[in-house]
Design a protein around this ligand. Structure first.
Ligand SMILES: *Cc1c(COP(=O)(O)O)cnc(C)c1O
Length: 487
């Protein structure tokens, strides 16, 4: 017989037990009945740190440019893997303050470069609950109620696009994604998987399409897309017709409802007619534009959206969600069976036959956050009219900014905004000045503007997604640009 291992000294001699202060046991968890009490004091620290960080920054982004910001962050962060931890409050205070002080904050009206929205407080509060409960959307036994909420929400959103139609053979649905990129990838994948022909699917897009579509074709082993020039900023139906005429094999046309650069919407009904006429499949990337669906004033711009086989939505753009909040709506649910996949530990056939919902086929991901919780809470809290008001507000702000530009003696406007993007430039300035104005504003921490190349010229881009922006902030933005324009 081998000798029994001798007991550890701690077990053997409990005469001098470690005091609770020295050995507090594992840190508290976020879940269960104790979780909220453990979270409450930590949240106080987090909220104070967010406030302190924003106060330190005092602008839409930190001043000084990349080297200065990086040096500050390194100083404040210190050793990220110390031998002895600093404890939760110190770590939260230090790092949250550092990141907040160094943030480009979309809640600042002068932070308007990208489709990078300021998240609503209610959505962020709901996301906290998602983190605390931590359902994982790849199997029912990890997300019993969250999976049902996802099913309800995806059907609700799919019906916003594809109005219930009695003659439709199957109902529409939507898959949750990390954003427009993953949604576009899934759209191209579904086109590939439902293609009955031996030849591969040929993707056709406008030059205005998002770069993720070409990458999706590359990733999925499809031929490089045919890219049609879009001199007016949108896909020309006649050019599409000409490109499809005589093109052999299966085809996928991807149109855009809300281009990333200019917020323009391709002529969807005409494109749908031509695509249908040539027997091609249609995907519409409405990552930006889909938010217009909520607005009675603007929804008509998306006329024709329901004629697409698949539609990309991105509620971390015109939906005021924290990242990530993407969806791919599918006109015909049966097409998603291409994603069906079995892994014995998650969705064994006998479990599925016994009635446990099979979730694995709703994504290419396995472990997956319940991003639907914040979306569902937001839709319920604001309702259609509340969301419409936000959409209408940012569209109104864009029109107002465009008006200020158009009536400004030294600025040129690209066009009246379709959604909430305004392109403008100092009249007569060379492209190198435009690029320098943008970089100088970034370095000083005064404003975050984007850039876009249209008409073969470089423009400053203001993407207005902040419903709290006001005319004074918009005027201030133009003043800053004016102040940086070399004479
Ligand atoms: C932003 C955008 C995407 C990509 O979405 P992500 O959420 O960044 O992955 C795709 N298409 C369009 C038109 C976009 O504007």
């Amino acid at each position: 017989m081998s000798p029994r291992p001798s007991p550890t000294p701690e077990r053997a001699a409990p005469t001098n037990p470690p005091s609770p202060a020295l050995a507090p046991g594992p840190p508290p968890l976020a879940g269960g009945t104790q979780g909220p009490d453990a979270l409450r004091p930590l949240l106080h620290t987090v909220l104070d740190a967010l406030h302190t960080g924003a106060t330190h920054r005092a602008g839409p982004l930190p001043a000084g440019g990349p080297d200065t910001v990086a040096a500050h962050l390194r100083d404040r962060a210190g050793d990220l893997l110390p031998t002895r931890g600093t404890g939760p409050h110190h770590a939260l205070r230090t790092l949250v303050t550092a990141v907040a002080a160094g943030a480009a904050d979309p809640a600042d009206p002068l932070c308007a470069a990208h489709l990078h929205c300021p998240p609503l407080a209610v959505a962020v509060a709901a996301d906290l609950a998602a983190g605390a409960l931590n359902p994982s959307m790849d199997s029912w036994d990890q997300a019993p109620a969250a999976s049902e909420l996802e099913a309800l929400l995806t059907r609700t959103l799919a019906h916003e696009i594809y109005r219930p139609h009695p003659s439709a053979p199957t109902p529409p649905d939507a898959l949750v994604t990390t954003g427009g990129t993953e949604a576009n990838q899934l759209a191209v994948l579904l086109a590939r998987e439902t293609n009955p022909h031996p030849q591969p699917v040929q993707l056709l897009t406008g030059a205005n399409a998002h770069h993720s579509l070409a990458r999706a074709a590359w990733l999925l082993g499809l031929p490089a897309p045919i890219t049609l020039p879009t001199p007016g900023g949108t896909l020309d139906p006649a050019a599409l017709d000409a490109a499809l005429t005589g093109l052999p094999g299966p085809k996928l046309v991807a149109a855009t409802a809300g281009t990333t650069d200019a917020g323009l919407i391709d002529p969807l009904p005409d494109i749908a007619d031509i695509t249908e006429h040539h027997g091609a499949r249609l995907h519409i990337d409405a990552a930006y534009g889909a938010g217009l669906l909520f607005s009675d004033r603007h929804a008509h711009r998306l006329h024709g959206l329901d004629r697409a086989h698949t539609v990309t939505l991105d509620l971390h753009k015109l939906g005021w969600q924290p990242v990530a909040a993407g969806l791919l709506a599918v006109r015909d649910t049966t097409e998603t069976t291409a994603l069906t996949h079995t892994a014995d530990y998650l969705n064994a056939d006998d479990d599925t036959e016994a009635g446990l919902p099979d979730l694995l086929g709703r994504s290419l991901r396995t472990t997956r956050r319940p991003d639907i919780l914040k979306i569902a809470v937001t839709l319920k809290a604001l309702g259609r009219t509340g969301l419409a008001a936000l959409v209408d507000q940012v569209c109104d702000h864009a029109r107002h900014l465009a008006h200020l530009v158009a009536t400004h003696p030294a600025l040129e406007l690209y066009d009246t905004p379709t959604i909430s993007t305004v392109l403008f430039r100092p009249t007569g300035a060379p492209d190198s000045h435009i690029a320098a104005i943008r970089r100088n504003l970034l370095t000083e921490g005064h404003a975050v503007l984007g850039r876009a190349r249209m008409d073969n010229r470089l423009w400053l881009k203001a993407t207005l997604l902040n419903p709290h922006t006001d005319p004074a902030a918009l005027a201030a933005l133009l003043k800053l640009v004016e102040g940086h324009t070399p004479r």
